[in-house]
Every structure is written in structure tokens, then in C-alpha cells.
Design a protein around this ligand. Structure first.
Ligand SMILES: Nc1ncnc2c1ncn2[C@@H]1O[C@H](COP(=O)(O)OP(=O)(O)OP(=O)(O)O)[C@@H](O)[C@H]1O
Length: 433
């Protein structure tokens, strides 16, 4: 009896210790201060070295689950947030110096049998260790916040319909939960990243979310300058009002959108509304461009895009602007200034990252497909949702309209001309007017 009692207490203590070791970053706060000091992040005042100062710590939760700890520090006067960002890898590696923790769960204990082998079983548990790698995120809002997460960010976030509602689409899973983008708050978004890291997948998940959430109100102009392969499957959807697969067709599609935009703007002005929301218009028209760099040389396209970026928001236009080559030429300053939303997959250089995010960071992302930075108040690292072809088929199937539509730019060219050389078919079909 005494033996059973002693061993049970011992096992319980073991599980408790293991749990605490995994949950409590007790020494992380001080460790971070030491690592920063040894990396020169101090200032000397009156011959005294001034280090960062811990103000508070709080638990980070995802739902009800504690996923990490946030440490808030006052940084010494004279140092900048970016100096700490530059040392992010040093801080992260430093707090991961201890690679393994005891990995005993309460389920392991439940499985223990109170027999003569109990001590042997406990010994085995004592040798059960697992590698954990903590990951950190830095932000600054007057104080430096360092979030230390107990586990790495997932590399697998499957898409499913119903993750969001209305004009809000999933951006991805961050370390502290789902991050979303609301097209009513941030009308236009730039999506950039090196080839093969997930731009098209994210655009597909966004198109499908909008079709699923707003089948009667979301409409699209799809411009696919990578040969038309990516958006071909959407071509006959009732929501797709224009589809272009080369620069000439893109120019026509953009011109139609601008004509429409100008008419709506005129209507709003006449009726005294400041935007379509106020006027009670339900429809939002998304202009989705896959590989905008391919029309960087075309002045007409550039001027139309600038116009849409500048004035489209109020008249219900939304821009999704993707490129794998972010430079001052491919992302003009007008487009950039008006695209508040930014999503950036891994890029080669800090310069390219700067074009998209106004700061470095994308060049340091791990080479994981679907891994990206979303710009909000700070930069949030996310794993974007991976959408399967079968899911796309299920979502779009009810909306396929096989009859040739006027909205197909190539077909339109040979079948219709509009008065005064203007294209009015979006007007006829969208009902925005
Ligand atoms: N969120 C994700 N999670 C896991 N894997 C992903 C994710 N997104 C994309 N991938 C993988 O990466 C591959 C490339 O993705 P995608 O075609 O979207 O890249 P891209 O950046 O658009 O490339 P390109 O610029 O060449 O078109 C996909 O086939 C898929 O296997």
C-alpha cells in the first residue's frame, strides 16, 4: 500500500514537472535580456550599461489553449525596434539552447499499471524526452513585445468553406489563431512572393471563399497573364464578368472596369453618397491579376490600374494584385499607396520585401510552401490555407454557366461592339447600376 502511494505520488509529480517544463517559459524573460545585452542591444549612460527592462508578461491563448507567453519590454533610449528585429534569429536560437524537455503526459500516467513493474515503467517515462522548438514574433507599439510560442507554426492548414463570412477571407493560421482579411476594410491587396510558394493557391482560396460566401454579390474580372491556366476553370462561372489571358485583353478588361467605375462614381456624386456601401449597393467587383509584372511595360494598363487603385474603393471595385517580381516598376507608387492589404511569401532580397511590406522580413521566411507575412499593425507570420482541386470543384460547380458569355474578352471582340467604342457589358450584367 505504502509502495503504491509513494510511486503514484512520484508519477504524478513527474507529469506535473513535465507539464510545467513545457508550459512555463520561466527563464525566457531573463534569457532574452541576456541575449540582447550580449548582442550589443544596450546603451551606456553615465558610464553605466542600460539594458531593456521587463514591464510585464502575459499568456497567449488560441481559443482556450495557452500557446505561448508575451513579454513586454521598455527598450533603452536611443535603440530602435529594427535593431531588435535584426537580432531576431539570435534571440530565437538563444532561447532554444535547451533542445529537449521531459515529455510525460497525463495519458502516459493513466496507462501505468500499479504492479511490480511500476518502478521500471516510471524509469522508462523518465527517459521520454522530446525536441521542442520555440518560435518568436516581435512587434512594437511604444513597448517592445516579444511573443514566445511553445510550438512551431503549423506547415499544414487545410482550407475548408466556412472559415469566414461575408467579404472576409482567410489569410492563414498564425501562431495565435486564424488571421483574416476584410475587403470592406482593406479594399485592395498586393500578394507577392517567389514562384512556387503559394500565391496562386491563396488567390484560389480567396476567389472560392468569396463565391461561397457571396454567390450573388461577388463578381470578378480575372486577368491571368500566365497563359490562362490558373483561372481557366472559373471562366464560365456566372460571377465572372470578364476573363483575360494576355496584355491586350487585360487592357480591355481594365478599361471596362474603369468605365463602370466612372459611371458608379457619377451616380454616387449625383445622389450624394460617398460610397457604394452607403448607397446600399450589394455587389463588389474583384479585379484579380495573376502576375502583374507582365503588364508593367504597358502604359495604358498601368494608367488604368492606377485609376482603379485610387478611385475603385468607393465604387465597389476591389483589387487583388499578385506578382513574383516586386520592384518599383511592377508595383507603382500609386498602386502601392492604395493597396493597404499586403501578403508576402518568401522573397530573395530585403529590397524586394521592402517594396511589398515597407520593411524587410520576407527574405527571412523559412522556405516552406504556404508560409507568408501579412501586414497588419505589425507583420504576422501565417501558414496560408491549402485548397484542394476537389474543394474548388465542389464550390464552383453550381455556378457554372456553359453558354458562351459576352464577358469573355476574346469572344466579345468578335461578337459585340459598344456605343462610342465603350464597353458596357459589365454594366448590363453586374447590376451595379
Ligand atoms: N498553403 C499551402 N500549404 C502547403 N502547400 C502549399 C500551400 N500553398 C501552395 N502550396 C504548394 O506549393 C505549390 C505552388 O503553389 P502556387 O502555385 O500557389 O505557387 P505560386 O507562388 O503561385 O507560383 P507561381 O508564381 O509559379 O505561379 C502548390 O502546388 C502546393 O503544392
Amino acid at each position: 500500500m505504502l509502495f503504491e502511494l509513494t510511486t503514484t505520488i512520484l508519477a504524478g509529480g513527474l507529469a506535473g514537472f513535465s507539464f510545467l517544463q513545457k508550459q512555463v517559459g520561466s527563464s525566457d524573460a531573463a534569457k532574452i535580456q541576456r541575449i540582447c545585452a550580449s548582442n550589443g542591444l544596450t546603451v551606456t549612460e553615465d558610464k553605466k550599461k542600460k539594458n531593456m527592462q521587463l514591464l510585464r508578461r502575459s499568456k497567449i491563448r488560441d481559443g482556450g489553449r495557452v500557446v505561448g507567453t508575451e513579454y513586454a519590454y521598455r527598450i533603452p533610449l536611443g535603440l530602435s525596434f529594427n535593431q531588435f528585429v535584426d537580432k531576431k534569429d539570435h534571440i530565437q536560437d538563444g532561447i532554444n539552447n535547451k533542445h529537449t524537455v521531459l515529455d510525460v503526459t497525463f495519458q502516459d500516467l493513466k496507462n501505468l499499471k500499479l504492479d511490480k513493474n511500476l518502478l521500471q515503467s516510471i524509469k522508462r517515462l523518465l527517459n521520454k524526452e522530446k525536441d521542442i522548438r520555440k518560435e518568436i514574433e516581435l512587434s512594437y507599439d511604444g513597448v517592445l513585445k516579444i511573443k514566445v510560442f511553445n510550438e512551431p507554426l503549423t506547415t499544414d492548414f487545410p482550407y475548408h468553406a466556412g472559415l469566414t463570412k461575408g467579404w472576409t477571407v482567410p489569410v492563414g493560421k498564425s501562431r495565435s489563431g486564424l488571421i483574416t482579411h476584410d475587403f470592406e476594410k482593406k479594399a485592395h491587396i498586393i500578394v507577392a512572393g517567389t514562384t512556387d510558394f503559394g500565391k496562386s493557391n491563396w488567390v484560389n482560396s480567396t476567389i472560392n471563399t468569396l463565391i461561397n460566401n457571396k454567390p450573388n454579390d461577388a463578381t470578378f474580372t480575372l486577368i491571368d497573364l500566365k497563359g490562362g491556366l490558373e483561372f481557366n476553370r472559373y471562366r464560365h462561372l456566372k460571377q465572372v464578368k470578364a476573363y483575360a489571358k494576355n496584355v491586350e485583353e487585360a487592357k480591355e478588361a481594365l478599361q471596362m472596369a474603369v468605365d463602370k467605375m466612372d459611371e458608379v462614381t457619377e451616380f454616387l456624386l449625383e445622389e450624394g453618397f460617398s460610397n457604394v456601401k452607403e448607397a446600399g449597393f450589394k455587389e463588389r467587383h474583384f479585379i484579380v491579376i495573376d502576375e502583374a509584372a507582365d503588364m508593367a511595360d504597358n502604359k495604358d494598363c498601368q494608367n488604368l490600374l492606377k485609376d482603379i487603385a485610387r478611385k475603385g474603393r468607393a465604387s465597389g471595385l476591389r483589387l487583388i494584385y499578385t506578382t513574383q517580381y516586386p520592384t518599383a516598376e511592377t508595383v507603382s507608387s500609386q498602386v502601392k499607396r492604395n493597396c493597404i492589404g499586403r501578403l508576402c511569401f518568401v522573397l530573395d532580397t530585403a529590397t524586394a520585401s521592402n517594396v511589398v511590406l515597407d520593411q524587410g522580413g520576407a527574405e527571412k521566411l523559412p522556405a516552406i510552401q504556404g508560409r507568408a507575412l501579412y501586414k497588419d499593425l505589425g507583420l504576422i507570420e501565417v501558414q496560408t490555407p491549402l485548397i484542394k482541386n476537389e474543394t474548388i470543384q465542389t464550390i464552383i460547380k453550381p455556378h457554372i454557366n456553359i453558354r458562351p458569355r459576352k464577358g469573355d474578352i476574346s469572344e466579345k471582340r468578335s461578337t459585340t461592339t459598344t456605343k462610342g467604342g465603350k464597353h458596357t457589358f459589365i454594366l448590363e450584367e453586374t447590376g451595379l447600376s
